[in-house]
Design a binder for this molecule. Structure first.
Ligand SMILES: C=C(O[C@@H]1C=C(C(=O)O)C=C[C@H]1O)C(=O)O
Length: 104
């Protein structure tokens, strides 16, 4: 094995990882875009940002999806909670912005 084989091999895999990461960020951004629409609906209907039952249901579904790919329950749970926390933060920010815009 020469050093060049290592460098070519790792470079190839890292390019692959970089492309996948780009897709991960794009998918996350599109999820947050939908959450902005949810926030607009909640604002109109005066509903709370945090919907605990739904969050529990989605977390379970993350864990179940992860199982199919041998991803640990702990990882899937932490991943969803992180996404959920940021989604709620963004929804609240958006709802507050709209309130400010309407002079409330
Ligand atoms: C997107 C929503 O708002 C919040 C965010 C959720 C999520 O990111 O999965 C789930 C429930 C809510 O706490 C929603 O109510 O569906």
């Amino acid at each position: 094995m020469t050093e060049k084989l290592w460098r070519d091999g790792i470079a190839m895999y890292r390019t692959e990882i970089d492309e996948i990461d780009k897709r991960v960020v794009e998918v996350l951004a599109s999820r947050f875009e939908v959450a902005k629409k949810v926030a607009a609906l909640k604002r109109a209907w005066r509903k709370p940002v945090l919907q605990r039952d739904r969050a529990v249901q989605v977390e379970r579904s993350y864990i179940a999806m992860g199982e199919r790919y041998q991803l640990s329950e702990q990882f899937m749970s932490r991943l969803y909670r992180l996404i959920h926390e940021e989604t709620c933060r963004m929804e609240r920010e958006m709802i507050q912005d709209e309130c400010a815009g309407q002079g409330n």
